[in-house]
Design a protein around this ligand. Structure first.
Ligand code: NCD
Length: 317
């Protein structure tokens, strides 16, 4: 099974993934490892990143290692792309070398197109300002770990470059599965959510347009359970003078929120989130990064096992 968009996931699949994390982690405790090696010892994950990455690529590699499998990494700079080979030929070749592939690329929509020519499952590791489904699953899992099944009644405030953050776009697709959650936006200047996204939120969560976008000078701090920050997506800006468009969340600002609110950030951060917030008990972003490994174990397992099941049932005919 491919994982290309968070729109393709159902509530049942999300809960399956969340519930599978603990059993996978228990199975891969060193004492139990032989069990898993027999499952994953001959499996290979291929990391194919055409854009920089720290967390997505290495958490996938770490997750695959914890499952007992291996990872190989495509390096564009030293690849035959520099001899003029097309990306299609590259992906078709790489799909002969392993069992599952994670692709990140600056062009929106390209990962879906490439999935059509791959013979192994493809995971979208981020396509331009489009989607980042696995980060969205990590984010929702983090919210679930904090609030348990009550998460469906929580309110989230998205902060930053809402226009261009693919992690926000993908997470909203998941939150849309839970109409009782509420969504608000505190965008950087000129980085408001696209109109169609506002329309969808209004409709699904029964919210009214007037109070969806929050003014930084008029924040009802008590209202929010989750504050989800993002950096300005510099690589996706058309103008250069953007520094004046952003604001910074520091510890004084963060301390206004509810005592048991959590602050998330997909990372990397720039100056939108001061390092003095790290000591605030609401800061959950490094925990969120750790959950990135846990949940990606469940994602790899789900994509590989569902593909194997499909292949088995096809071979019966
Ligand atoms: C995000 C991304 O690549 O979209 N990072 C990540 O995968 N954790 C966020 C970002 O780059 O701002």
């Amino acid at each position: 099974m491919n994982l290309l968009s968070s729109k393709d996931l159902s509530k049942e699949e999300l809960m399956y993934l969340f519930n599978n994390v603990d059993s996978l982690k228990n199975n891969t405790e060193p004492s139990n490892r032989p069990v898993n090696i027999s499952l994953y010892g001959n499996k290979i994950l291929i990391n194919v990143f055409f854009e920089p990455s720290t967390r997505t690529s290495l958490s996938f590699q770490s997750a695959m290692s914890r499952l007992g499998g291996n990872t190989i990494t495509f390096n564009k700079e030293y690849s035959s792309i520099n001899k003029g080979e097309s990306i299609e030929d590259t992906i078709q070749t790489l799909s002969q070398y392993g069992d599952i592939m994670v692709i990140r690329h600056p062009e929106k929509g390209i990962v879906s197109k490439l999935s059509n020519i791959s013979s192994i499952p493809i995971i979208n590791g981020g396509d331009g300002n489009g989607e980042h489904p696995t980060q969205a699953i990590v984010d929702l899992y983090t919210i679930y770990k904090k609030y348990g099944s009550e998460f469906i009644n929580k309110t989230i405030l998205f902060v930053g470059d809402i226009l261009n953050s693919r992690t926000i776009h993908s997470l909203i697709n998941l939150i849309n599965l839970y109409p009782s959650m509420k969504i608000y936006f505190l965008p950087f200047k000129k980085r408001n959510p696209p109109e169609e996204l506002i329309d969808l939120v209004k409709l699904i969560h029964n919210q009214c347009q007037e109070d969806l976008i929050i003014d930084i000078n008029n924040i009802e701090y008590e209202k929010y359970d989750i504050i989800y920050c993002t950096r300005l997506q510099k690589e996706r800006q058309t103008e250069n003078n953007y520094e004046e468009d952003i604001f910074t969340i520091n510890n004084d600002f963060a301390s206004n929120f509810k005592e048991d609110a959590i602050i998330l950030h997909p990372l990397p951060r720039n100056n939108e989130l001061d390092i003095d917030v790290d000591s605030n008990k609401r800061a959950w972003y490094f925990k969120q990064a750790k959950y990135g490994v846990d949940i990606r174990m469940a994602i790899i397992d789900y994509c590989i096992t569902s593909t194997e099941k499909k292949n088995e049932s096809n071979s019966l005919y």
